[in-house]
Design a protein around this ligand. Structure first.
Ligand code: COA
Length: 273
């Protein structure tokens, strides 16, 4: 699929995905949703092969993402309930596909992340925001609600913040977003790219299969009683210990050398010159 609204570039094992509709502040309509869903499927395949080990999601222009395209949503008034359901399911699948990617997804937020844009931040594993960026689950201000993004947003911010922010639709600062767990680091505009790159470098020192397994573990364990979770957690660590990657990591530590996956990354960077 050729993309009209996304830019995707690769730098060794690092992918950068940029939402590219700056004229509407990177709002997403049905075409963007289809493209993002396709992109997530391709990235998943590349991540499984370890061709991509970290992805940065960013937005062109002043604003990261203004959420769902209001012009597109206003057209849905003429859709049947069935058509609206189909549309909403497509959007749900897009968020779920990004949420579930078996690698680290890093969000680079400037300007604003509103509505579905805040949802996009919620499906990133690590979020770095520029200090003047505004966040908001603004849907109720438009007479709708943050339904599709709610599972992802709730997993990050919890019920207490959601009760306030989902209901009021109020915009809030990057610092507040950090307090409630939607953002991990708030930095100045000048520090934004360097901070994102620092997280990328950090991830590349971790084993790629271990990163994917650690990510999968979180939703598998979250909210379960310990006794229920125990078989899954024991199976997860047992599988990693006997894996080639796990053995390599443990051996490398004991032999006081870098594990092969760090050498692999270096080789990719060296080949690129
Ligand atoms: N859907 C469609 N178009 C949007 C949009 C959205 N979600 N958000 C912004 N735009 C459009 C504006 O209509 C405007 O179009 P125009 O140039 O034809 O008038 C253009 O993008 C620029 O918007 P503007 O408000 O002038 O930009 P800004 O940089 O001053 O502010 C925002 C950016 C994101 C803070 C502001 O546009 C905004 O609050 N958008 C609404 C976000 C929202 O409520 N999203 C939730 C949807 S559920």
């Amino acid at each position: 699929m050729a993309y009209s609204h996304l830019l995707s570039t690769r730098d060794g094992v690092v992918e950068r995905l940029t939402l590219n509709r700056p004229e509407v502040r990177n709002a997403f309509n049905e075409h963007v949703i289809a493209e993002l869903t396709d992109w997530a499927a391709r990235t998943r395949e590349a991540a499984v092969r370890h061709d991509i080990r970290a992805t940065v999601i960013a937005g062109t222009g002043k604003v990261f993402c203004a959420g769902a395209d209001v012009t597109w949503m206003s057209k849905t008034v003429n859709y049947s309930e069935e058509e609206n359901l189909r549309d909403a399911m497509a959007m749900s699948r897009m968020f779920a596909a990004i949420d579930d990617l078996p690698l680290a997804v890093i969000g680079r937020i400037q300007g604003a992340a509103l509505g579905g844009g805040a949802g996009l931040a919620a499906v990133c594993d690590i979020v770095v925001a520029e200090e003047t960026a505004l966040f908001g689950f603004t849907e109720t201000k438009l007479g709708i609600l943050p339904a599709v993004i709610s599972p992802f947003a709730l997993a990050k911010i919890g019920q207490a913040a959601a009760r306030e922010l989902f209901l009021t639709g109020a915009r809030f600062s990057a610092r507040r977003a950090k307090e409630i767990g939607l953002v991990h680091e708030v930095v100045s505009d000048a520090e934004l790219d360097a901070t994102v790159d620092r997280y990328v470098k950090e991830i590349l020192t971790a084993g790629p299969e271990a990163v994917a397994a650690a990510k999968a573990l979180i939703p598998a364990v979250w909210g379960r009683p310990i006794a229920d979770a125990m078989p899954a957690t024991a199976a997860a660590i047992a599988a990693r210990r006997v894996s080639a990657e796990g053995q390599e990591g443990l051996r490398a530590f004991l032999e006081k050398r870098k594990p092969a996956w760090i050498e692999d990354t270096k080789a990719t960077e060296d080949t690129k010159g």
